[in-house]
Ligand binder design. Structure first.
Ligand code: HEC
Length: 191
């Protein structure tokens, strides 16, 4: 019964009007043990197994703390990369020595960033004319991706993996190319 008493005391301490009314009816703070069965159910209170637990749910005590730290929040999808970003991070540094700075450019593929770059990338490959260099939304049908992935010959192309004579692209650059091509939804325009 002492557990019940401490519960009622805690209700008295908390200033809910309804609970105060109940507490007043019960003769708070001195609660006769014999009244116990008539009192409101303990099921509605926290910590039924702990007589010392007189704390109400923390969310009602401090509503501000439960909002920003909610663990179930899913971060928004990252923004897909743009052609300008792919050019700055991959095409210029990893391909430019042969496909921008050489004249004529290697493999007759000119990767300078100008107003026609997107149109050149949407055109068929010279080495595998049945494939576009970039097929919007489909990296595995994009010869430019296959060429750096080393799977271009299996796809009906020819020549070396690019960069010719150098290391394969690091995974971050390869993934960037993949994500960029994969995110393209307009068949006539690259972003
Ligand atoms: C060291 C020089 C060099 C670098 C760097 C290089 N390439 Fe190449 N690339 C070539 C040469 C040479 C060819 C043509 C001969 C061959 O394919 O083996 C070629 C051909 C290509 C072709 C075929 C073009 C077509 O129309 O079929 C693609 C696509 C290509 N490169 C993409 C790239 C990409 C993307 C990069 C950068 C990630 C890159 N290359 C970096 C030398 C290079």
């Amino acid at each position: 019964m002492s557990r019940f008493r401490s519960t009622i005391r805690s209700l008295c301490a908390r200033s809910s009007l309804a609970l105060m009314a109940i507490a007043a009816l019960s003769g708070c703070p001195d609660i006769p043990d014999r009244d116990a069965p008539e009192r409101p159910s303990r099921d509605a209170l926290p910590g039924p197994d702990d007589p010392n637990d007189v704390t109400l749910p923390s969310a009602s005590d401090d509503p501000g703390s439960s909002v920003p730290d909610a663990p179930s929040r899913v971060p928004p999808d990252p923004r897909p990369p743009s052609l300008a970003e792919v050019h700055a991070q991959v095409l210029r540094p990893d391909c430019g020595a042969c496909h921008i700075d050489r004249s004529p450019p290697a493999g007759n593929l000119f990767l300078r960033q100008d107003a026609q770059l997107a149109d050149r990338l949407l055109a068929p490959s010279t080495q595998a004319p049945h494939l576009s260099l970039v097929q919007p939304g489909d990296p595995l049908a994009s010869y430019l991706f296959l060429k750096v992935d080393g799977t271009h010959v299996d796809a009906g192309g020819r020549g070396e993996r690019c960069p010719v004579g150098g290391d394969a692209l690091p995974p971050t650059s390869r993934d960037l190319l993949w994500d960029w091509i994969d995110s393209q939804s307009d068949p006539d325009r690259l972003r």
